[in-house]
Write a protein that binds this ligand. Structure first.
Ligand code: ZN
Length: 368
């Protein structure tokens, strides 16, 4: 009996396993834009939230008091994974800027060829593409889907979207009221001011394209503002006064982003590379190694999650029939509900800044 694990040990192990399994399920706190088809376009309006600092209250921190055990250096958490033999392998290069044997193999293979088709097949097979996870707060705005309004979720943004955020950080030019206002500098300060971001989703080559997404530069304001008699309260300088309590409430709902990803497994990655190298050189041991790698249990839940991502971003994977059906269904729904709204949105944020401003004020009032 002395070797038998204690209840406490069992509990620890069981909880650890459960946490691992949960990582492979679809996370209800993660925002994934629906896949659009044909001419359907969809927009979401949100604020990117600032990064969590050590000791701040947040969700999924994994600590007893629910506060973050570590702060982060940036407003985003960079990540990326390899999809090998139906298994998701988090990439040390994308996550931690560390050497990744699989990425290195890919670079090596691409370097040795001028063949574009071959290069792109290698790229899609082995290379992990970087994503940027952030916490976002959906405006309580009528053009946002109802179930998202006023909610804090996390979003693993692709590079196209991240580049727009990064362009704002590097831009010092505020533009002008007469020509065009430009978002510049920090866009996620909860008190001094944030720019709402319009995530614009269109179809391009059967994948979601976010190219037309942008900040609404004319609507710089605190995350939530004080409202009196239906109007935002202004300070002596005419700036909107932040609603401190509501802002704190929003910030407390941020998710601890590192906990949303599995730890990196350099040994497994090396095994995949060894298997590839062995195959190339005709090594007899290849079979043995292959068995080891494939033996890893294939989890259907995980497969599903990753496929959804692949539907959005990564060209080479052909979705299964079931997956396609689900997507078609959602898109139909979106098409009949959303199609007529599109034009209105464009007028709102391109031509009639005043109106949008009023709407956003309204939004803040409601979200109070
Ligand atoms: Zn890698």
């Amino acid at each position: 009996m002395s070797n038998y694990p204690s209840r406490a040990e069992m509990l620890e192990k069981t909880r650890q396993q459960a946490a691992k399994t949960n990582l492979n399920r679809k996370d209800p706190d993660e925002f994934r834009p629906e896949k659009v088809k044909g001419d359907v376009k969809k927009s979401y309006y949100f604020y990117v939230l600032p990064d969590i600092q050590k000791g701040e209250k947040c969700k999924s921190s994994g600590t007893k008091d629910g506060n973050a055990s570590e702060g982060s250096l940036n407003y985003y958490y960079q990540n990326g994974y390899h999809w090998i033999d139906n298994t998701k392998l988090e990439c040390p290069r994308c996550h931690d800027n560390e050497e990744c044997a699989l990425c290195s193999l890919d670079f090596e293979l691409m370097k040795g060829s001028d063949d574009k088709v071959y290069k792109s097949s290698v790229r899609s097979k082995y290379l992990a593409s970087a994503h940027y996870a952030v916490n976002i707060y959906f405006l309580n705005f009528k053009d946002n889907p109802e179930e998202l309004r006023g909610k804090v979720m996390w979003f693993n943004a692709p590079k196209t979207v991240f580049d727009k955020w990064d362009a704002c950080i590097t831009n010092d030019d505020p533009g002008s009221e007469e020509t065009e206002l430009k978002a510049f500098g920090i866009f996620y300060h909860p008190y001094e001011g944030s720019y709402p971001f319009k995530l614009h989703v269109a179809n391009k080559g059967d994948f979601n394209s976010y190219e037309e997404s942008k900040f609404l530069a004319g609507n710089f304001a605190p995350l939530s503002v004080k409202i009196e008699n239906g109007k935002p309260v202004l300070d002596n300088e005419g700036n909107k006064v932040p609603d401190l309590d509501r802002i704190q409430e929003i910030l407390d709902q941020r998710h601890y982003l590192p906990s949303k990803f599995q730890t990196r497994d350099q040994a497994r990655i090396q095994k995949v590379v060894d298997k590839y190298t062995a195959k190339e050189s005709g090594n007899d041991d290849a079979e043995v190694i292959e068995e080891e790698v494939v033996e890893e249990p294939k989890k259907p839940a995980m497969k599903r999650v990753v496929k959804e991502e692949l539907l959005e971003e990564t060209p080479p994977f052909v979705p299964t029939k079931t997956a396609e059906k689900v997507v078609e269904k959602t898109v139909e729904k979106v098409a009949e509900k959303k199609a007529p709204v599109v034009k209105k949105e464009e007028t709102l944020d391109d031509e009639d800044d005043e109106e949008l401003r009023a709407l956003l004020d309204n939004v803040k009032k409601k979200s109070k």
